[in-house]
Ligand binder design. Structure first.
Ligand SMILES: [Zn+2]
Length: 170
């Protein structure tokens, strides 16, 4: 029957075994392992039992490493899912904006949304469809655009009977 090792000798043998297998170790953890062994068997290990302790320590380390990796993966997944749901929320808002905010025809808001372009130098073309026929481009007073209150001067607006668009020129 093999002799039971001393605590120091056990520690030394376990550390040697772990190093031989090329693993990193934490001396406090190994100490803990030895204590557990002592509680379980009411004695310190024999030399022949060192190998078993080394293997279970390595297994313990590997499992912990694995669970750390799993936790990291889970956290990354969680973050991505929150990001995704945030993007979906933003898209919902974008979608609902025009649906909820209907602008009635002829309202001031509608008038404010008239296209404004800079005055053309040559022929006046429709900025949307490019039409330039004089009978398709109509000029009218823009009563929503007051240039001077006294004497009252309104701006002009133009419309295209080709595509129906309206615009102002600055
Ligand atoms: Zn047009």
């Amino acid at each position: 029957m093999e002799q039971i090792l001393s605590k120091d000798e056990s520690l030394r043998q376990i550390v040697r075994g772990i190093k031989e297998k090329g693993f990193l170790f934490d001396i406090a953890e190994i100490d803990n392992f030895l204590e557990n062994f002592e509680i379980k068997y009411q004695r310190l290990p024999r030399l022949e039992e060192i190998e078993l302790i080394v293997e279970s320590y390595i297994q313990f380390k590997e499992e912990r490493k694995l669970s750390t990796i799993k936790n990291t993966i889970n956290e990354i997944k969680k973050k991505e899912e929150t990001k995704k749901s945030e993007i979906i929320k933003k898209e919902d808002v974008k979608y609902e904006f025009p649906r909820n905010k209907k602008i009635p025809l002829g309202s001031r808001e509608r008038e404010d949304r008239i296209l404004t372009i800079s005055k053309p130098e040559g022929r006046r073309n429709c900025p949307i469809c490019g039409n330039s026929s004089w009978f398709k481009i109509h000029e009218s007073l823009d009563k929503t655009h007051v240039i001077s209150t006294f004497p009252r001067v309104y701006g002009k607006k133009y419309s295209c009977s080709g595509c129906g668009c309206q615009w102002r020129e600055t």
